[in-house]
Design a protein around this ligand. Structure first.
Ligand code: IZC
Ligand code: ZN
Length: 411
């Protein structure tokens, strides 16, 4: 049995609960001064303030002194395109000349250039590359993340990407939840047969993914020139029928109505939502869909920021994630996302903390077990080189994660 006691916590800050928090509740977190946390076999047994019970102290094998610093739950990155070949630095010059993300994609670059590099890479090469990314992610305080496929765009190549995710789960500290994103772009083989590719996804790819148990979620890039709302509806409905849960890249660049579809299907989350309409927000609220906002992508694309305050006012839970990918967000730094959420999305530090812990966990179906510091939850924490939450959201560009603890083990 392994036991761990964290003592001398200056401030313990955590949301509480086993489901996503919305509205006012998103900003109502627990703050305990002079706190301690006790864990056993990777699970939190108790947390409190003042002196930890002496008997318990003696029964503990390992004690960490947090040095009066801030402790929060481990961060959750609920939206990443973790597994891919190559990078796209060669597109920077185009970007600087004013070519947009969708123009680069329409010319056969963007996602399609990463598809080429991913197909050319072996499973072992992709695994080694993603492993390095996970190591960096962990160093920023992330202990649980989502990982999407979407750079294979054929049955075999998509399964290859998803196998990489499966093999990385449990072989390094960051836990992974996998999402099938075969509907990420139209592959070159189907350039003139859009309908054929949608059929391939519904009739071959999705059944294969479900049969191999390789993904919990199905996602679609619902955007102008990529997948329409109707195509997205067909694909996601098929996924639901096969027992997968669904997410959707919705209303990022153009307001196509992806958010309405997300609410109508009862999607777990809708992502991006920069161009979301009031109707979309209302539909998400009715459908119990979480808004997963990605402000680092807005920063990188020079785009607007999603209307976080509108979601909070409407009672839609907000999660925040990096969107780590080689095109629109080549960064794994979820702390930077927290800064941007405060400054650009006008969220409070308390709302931001909930968004990158409990609500992030809820967006990938892990709120029962992750995302907060309370008895029975996973012993995932970060001891920050910060005295309080305001400091964490105010400093930017540095990595303030001091010690990361995953499942009761110091990483
Ligand atoms: O590789 O560009 N937005 N998909 C939708 C992405 C970004 C990933 C990429
Ligand atoms: Zn994405």
């Amino acid at each position: 049995m392994s036991k761990l006691l964290i003592t001398n916590i200056g401030l313990l800050a955590t949301p509480l609960g086993r489901s996503a928090l919305a509205g006012k509740a998103q900003g109502e977190i627990l703050k305990l001064s002079h706190a301690w946390i006790m864990t056993e076999d990777g699970v939190i047994t108790e947390a409190g303030s003042g002196e930890p019970p002496i008997m318990e102290q003696e029964r503990c094998f390992e004690t960490i002194d947090a040095g009066g610093r801030l402790v929060t739950p481990g961060l959750v990155d609920a939206h990443t395109h973790l597994v891919f070949g190559g990078f796209r630095q060669h597109e920077l010059a185009d970007k600087l000349r004013g070519r947009t993300y969708l123009e680069i994609l329409a010319a056969g670059g963007g996602i399609l250039s990463t598809v080429k590099a991913t197909r050319a890479a072996s499973e072992a090469q992709l695994t080694a590359k993603a492993l390095a990314a996970l190591k960096e992610m962990l160093s920023f305080g992330v202990t649980l993340c989502e990982a999407k496929s979407g750079y294979g765009l054929s049955t075999e190549e998509e399964l290859k990407q998803l196998r990489v995710v499966r093999n990385l789960n449990g072989t390094q500290p960051v836990e992974l939840v996998s999402t099938f994103l075969g509907a990420h772009a139209i592959p070159p083989e189907y350039k003139d047969d859009h309908e054929g590719y949608v059929r391939l996804i519904c009739e071959e790819m999705l059944p294969a993914v479900a049969a191999h148990g390789l993904a919990e979620y199905c996602d679609v890039f619902c955007e102008s020139g990529v997948f329409s709302v109707e195509e997205s509806r067909r694909i996601l409905s098929r996924a639901l029928a096969l027992g997968l849960k669904v997410k959707i890249h919705a209303d990022e660049i153009d307001a196509l109505g992806g958010a309405q579809l997300a609410g109508a299907l009862g999607a777990m989350s809708a992502e991006h939502l920069i161009a979301v309409t009031d109707k979309g927000i209302e539909s998400m609220q009715k459908g119990g869909t979480i808004a997963c906002l990605l402000p680092a992508t807005s920063f990188y694309l020079g785009a607007d920021y999603a209307p976080a305050r509108k979601f909070i006012q409407a009672g839609v839970p907000v999660a925040l994630a990096t969107d780590y990918n080689p095109g629109s967000c080549p960064s794994l730094n979820l702390q930077l996302v927290m800064n941007l959420a405060c400054l650009k999305d006008k969220m409070t530090p308390e709302e931001v903390l909930t968004a990158v812990t409990l609500n992030g966990a809820a967006a990938i179906g892990r709120a029962e077990s992750h995302g907060s510091i309370e008895a029975g939850k996973k012993a995932d924490f970060v001891i920050w080189n910060a005295a309080d939450l305001d400091y964490l959201c105010y400093r930017f560009g540095s990595n303030l994660a001091g010690t990361v603890i995953k499942g009761g083990i110091i990483c």
